[in-house]
Design a protein around this ligand. Structure first.
Ligand SMILES: [Zn+2]
Length: 303
């Protein structure tokens, strides 16, 4: 609350506008899910209430020029200015994005990219971080190494290691199926890849890594009719070997969660994004997206 007053005061004094006027780069925003109910199921950091999403998109439409991710990439490649631009992305392909976020974006005529996990749409089941038994520890830094390194962020391994039954709950945290994704794909809604099984790519062997990338492109091409050109690294985790494999697999861009603006000279397979946590308030959002970068250092627990 006190921090919100500080953010609002900073804005009222012209701070946000001054930051935007001076920044050379463009923020790429990373969302996950948008929900219209007050349900608290799933990872609490990922499911953004619809009214907050509406307020954030209205702010973006009023203060930035929101462009498709591929347009940002093209401008960056050509050495053109990125000033004043912003990009909206969603990881994981949640049903809530199609049902609640896309109508808001259509009304405001804002484009977006949805990064789809290749294996999810054929048989939509909740992701491991939304399972009731794991929602409380999925975001806990103390468990991060075990979940994402030792068990590679692999839902099957995590379920086996923790002796959890496979579950269809929570039912309001499901990924969208292929029919729904095919229906929404358009020039305003790009579909990117988010690997095949959402494992931590850094921990995989060379052949596993290649399969994760190529298989997800194949699955998405078969599912929605267009081969994805961009990929968001699961959990934002990548290294030079992963970026090289992405290049070899034919992707133009890889998106991280490195929490800063995209600027001229950024490597296309290591483009930073700013995670927007579900609990963020609109004054904080306005400050972060205006470029108050030291205050958006809160790293995503998940990507
Ligand atoms: Zn993800």
């Amino acid at each position: 609350m006190i921090r919100d007053i500080a953010y609002a005061t900073f804005d009222a004094l012209g701070g946000n506008a001054l930051l935007r006027a001076r920044r050379p780069g463009a923020p790429v925003l990373c969302y996950h899910d948008v929900r219209a109910t007050d349900s608290t199921s799933g990872d609490p950091g990922l499911h953004l209430p619809l009214d907050q999403f509406v307020a954030q998109m209205q702010w973006l439409a009023a203060h930035t020029d929101v462009v498709p991710l591929t347009e940002l990439l093209g401008r960056q490649r050509q050495g053109r200015s990125l000033k004043g631009l912003a990009v909206v992305t969603f990881d994981d392909g949640y049903t809530g994005v199609l049902e609640h976020a896309l109508p808001v974006l259509a009304r405001l005529q804002l484009p977006c990219t949805i990064f789809v996990t290749g294996r999810a749409p054929a048989q939509p089941r909740p992701f491991w971080w939304d399972w009731p038994a794991l929602a409380s520890i999925a975001t806990d830094p103390a468990h991060r190494d075990r979940l994402l390194v030792e068990w590679q962020g692999d839902g099957e391994r995590i379920a086996a290691a923790m002796a959890l039954e496979s579950t269809h709950e929570p039912a309001d945290c499901l990924p969208a199926d292929w029919t729904a994704l095919r229906h929404v794909r358009s020039s305003m809604v790009e579909i990117g890849a988010h690997t095949m099984t959402h494992r931590n790519l850094v921990t995989l062997s060379d052949s596993e890594l290649r399969d994760e990338l190529v298989d997800s492109a194949d699955a998405i091409e078969a599912g929605v009719g267009v081969r994805p050109r961009t990929l968001a690294y699961p959990y934002g985790l990548w290294d030079a070997r992963v970026a090289a494999a992405l290049d070899a697999a034919g992707f133009e861009a890889g998106l991280t969660l490195d929490a800063r603006d995209v600027v001229a000279g950024d490597a296309p397979r290591a483009l930073p994004r700013t995670n927007i946590p579900a609990a963020i308030t609109t004054p904080a959002f306005a400050a972060w997206v205006s470029g108050l970068s030291d205050l958006r250092a809160q790293r995503a627990s998940h990507g």
